[in-house]
Design a protein around this ligand. Structure first.
Ligand code: KG4
Ligand code: ZN
Length: 399
């Protein structure tokens, strides 16, 4: 089965073609056209601008995906900017082979979502193909299943792991299924702890009461003049701090780390950094760290560690409470190296019998491969829809 997937929920126009065969799948095309540079000028995503850029890029991305798919397997290849020769417009030959169209219908920015949704509807109508609307959060969760084989023999559609990548730990001897699985979703728009008892079955255990983790990274980066997106910039400064083994450490709060629920709050942490910047770092720092510039790596490392401590503490506690067999990480912030490292370490130490899954870095941030995989697993418990059934919903909930 060939799935053509489209993702336009925020500032990446992404199109993928994935072939599912037997219990495995192959990524035939993975096109991501990022608008990061365009939005960077404004310090964050401008929804109407994102919409215009999706409109400009979506057809070239589809053509590019089609070109890759017809050429065969191009492993994990992505292109940051896509230029397509208009003479190649009539190609779209893969349309004859596509069995299903998958599209992100929400949550996200409505002007952005509408472009992908409408394009997918038009293709489904023109090609007379079934279509599946995918929840963006669910797609992020299914980034964990990219490259994992589904065991066809098992009616419950459990999955087995082939090989053992370092970001996946499943003990084959003790393996008795992935579910119940606990997923920590950390993206630019969401911070949620989700319990899943099987494909498509979700229960929200907790979520942020204010800023999402990625949003907090972006806002703190703005305060420190590090540009947009803030996550990678803060991670780089924090790594510098670690490499140089600097002694000074700013003490930042760990909001809600001891609260009995599984909710989060990150706006206070951002405000703590704001005061640090406003009141002058000199009051907080040692003699050698008096300027904001000199203190930036230290602030970044402290901020990042405060976030990681809260995320890991709550995830471990929730995993123990629900007796999770697997713990998964998902969303753009899951690309953060320190979070990935400490997440693995904490599970190994505190939950030695629990599996963990962390997506490959390229599938953490927005892409369409995860949308195709989520749609594939949706087919296990949902009938495909028609173009008439599909609507974008900015506030779509997973549970
Ligand atoms: O999942 P995503 O691509 O888009 C949404 O669905 O929101 O996540 C984007 C977010 C941004 O806030 C970005 O700053 C953050 O993910 N991010 C990171 C890293 N890479 C991306 N945050 C921390 N460390 C990173 N390495
Ligand atoms: Zn996302």
């Amino acid at each position: 089965m060939f799935i053509l997937a489209i993702e336009t929920s925020c500032d990446e126009t992404a199109v993928a073609v994935v072939k599912f065969q037997g219990s495995g799948h192959r990524i035939l095309a993975n096109i991501v056209s990022s608008q990061v540079k365009i939005h960077a000028k404004y310090g964050g995503v401008v929804p109407n601008l994102a919409s215009r850029m999706h409109l400009k890029n979506i057809i070239p991305c589809i053509i590019e995906a089609d070109r890759f798919a017809s050429r065969g397997y191009q492993r994990g290849r992505t292109r940051k900017s896509v230029r397509v020769d208009p003479r190649s417009y009539p190609r779209l030959s893969a349309s004859t082979n596509i069995d299903l169209i998958a599209v992100t219908i929400g949550p996200g920015l409505i002007p952005a979502l509408l472009i992908g949704t409408n394009t997918a509807k038009a293709l489904a109508y023109a090609w007379d193909k079934p279509i599946i609307g995918v929840n963006h959060i669910e797609a992020h969760i299914y980034a964990n299943f990219v490259g994992i084989r589904r065991n066809n023999a098992d009616k419950n559609a459990e999955i087995t792991l082939k090989g053992s990548a370092s970001n996946r730990r499943i003990d084959q001897r003790r393996f008795s299924g992935i579910f119940p699985a606990l997923c920590l979703v950390v993206s630019g728009g969401h911070t949620q702890l989700i319990l899943t008892k099987g494909h498509g079955k979700y229960k929200l255990l907790g979520e942020t009461r204010d800023d999402a983790v990625g949003e907090a990274f972006d806002k703190v980066a703005k305060l420190l003049n590090l540009g947009y997106p803030g996550g990678p910039a803060i991670a780089a400064k924090a790594a510098k701090f670690k490499i140089e083994n600097l002694k000074f450490k700013i003490d930042l709060p760990r909001p809600m780390i001891h609260s009995k629920d599984f909710d989060f709050s990150f706006s206070g942490l951002k405000t703590a950094v704001l005061y640090l910047v406003k009141d002058g770092v000199a009051t907080f720092t040692s003699r050698s760290d008096r300027s904001l510039k000199a203190a930036t790596p230290s602030i970044c490392a402290s901020f990042q560690q405060a976030v990681i401590d809260v995320l890991i503490a709550k995830t471990i506690r929730a995993a123990k409470e629900v007796k999770a067999k697997t713990v998964m990480l998902a969303g753009g912030v899951a690309a953060n190296k320190e979070l990935r490292r400490q997440f693995k370490k904490a599970i190994k130490e505190e939950l030695p019998n629990t599996c963990y899954l962390i997506p490959d870095t390229q599938y953490c941030t927005d892409n369409a491969v995860m949308v195709a995989v989520a749609a594939y697993y949706r087919l296990l418990h949902n009938k495909p829809q028609t173009w008439k059934d599909i609507e974008a919903n900015a506030n779509l909930r997973i549970a």
